[in-house]
Design a protein around this ligand. Sequence first.
Ligand SMILES: Nc1ncnc2c1ncn2[C@@H]1O[C@H](COP(=O)(O)OP(=O)(O)OP(=O)(O)O)[C@@H](O)[C@H]1O
Ligand SMILES: [Mg+2]
Length: 296
Amino acid sequence: MDQAKGLRQIAKTDALARRKAQASPTKKFPRVIAVTSGKGGVGKTNIVGNLAVAMAAKGKRVIIIDADVGLANIDIVFNLRPEYNIRHVVSSEKSLDQVMIKTRHGIGIIPGGSGFADLTQLDEGEKLTLLSEFETLADQADIIFVDTGAGISSNVLYFNAASDECMVVATTEPTSITDAYALMKVMSQKYGSRYFKLIVNMADSEKDAKRVYASLSNALDKFLKNVVLEYTGYIPFDRQLQRAVQKRGLLLDEFPNSMAANALETIASKILNSGDQKRSDGNLTFFMNRVFQAAM
Ligand SMILES: Nc1ncnc2c1ncn2[C@@H]1O[C@H](COP(=O)(O)OP(=O)(O)OP(=O)(O)O)[C@@H](O)[C@H]1O
Ligand SMILES: [Mg+2]
């Protein structure tokens, strides 16, 4: 074997070994949790913001991706004014680190802007840029929340499909329940998603919340065999949350002893205690890679 060929061979096996090591089950990726809903305005953004604050207070490194291409609002909930967003990362003007804002809790916020608007329209170079930039998040977070838009638009579906866990938010309103069902139905039919978690928001009581859970899981049992919905918890309707929003603050900061704040703390602990429920399909590629796979 000539020397150059030998060197090339060594380089090749080296690269392979490195890739294998990276993909080994011992490599710890952050847990990516999409928070989503069928109907809009059910409280996703406030839930994400407050769960992130509760988890950061417990020492977890948390990053929030604002994947709602409509009116971006996780920044409003944290009273931030982002200068840059994912669009600047796609165009290589900024790195993801330069776009990410840190809140005073130490939470990283990635403003999506219109940057996620149509992922299928990105050219190969832009995709590679996003992939390699998102790869850098793997070492920076324990938990990544994705605040998706509402409904069944392609973008929402990609982000849900790419996340490790899909947390559906519904209220006790019938339209919110039927829309949550429709979302899970599309996810299961298009992407084979089988596990969902449910948070019932703005409920009057746990009994009402459990009723929402029962009607959803009954419908799933009946019409979509193999789809499992787990009840994560409920948050009561609480005017303090609305007051916090009006003050441009987060409930956990403004009214930490309110009923809804207690409920959010309980849900945060429950999620953390439920441990690392990694994707069961053994897919060890990191988040943005899976988004593009879903978008194919
Ligand atoms: N537990 C609650 N108690 C009382 N009001 C609530 C509660 N949760 C949310 N709200 C109200 O609902 C509003 C909408 O919440 P939020 O913006 O978090 O919803 P969203 O699902 O992110 O909406 P969108 O679909 O537009 O992104 C809040 O500004 C607040 O007034
Ligand atoms: Mg929102």
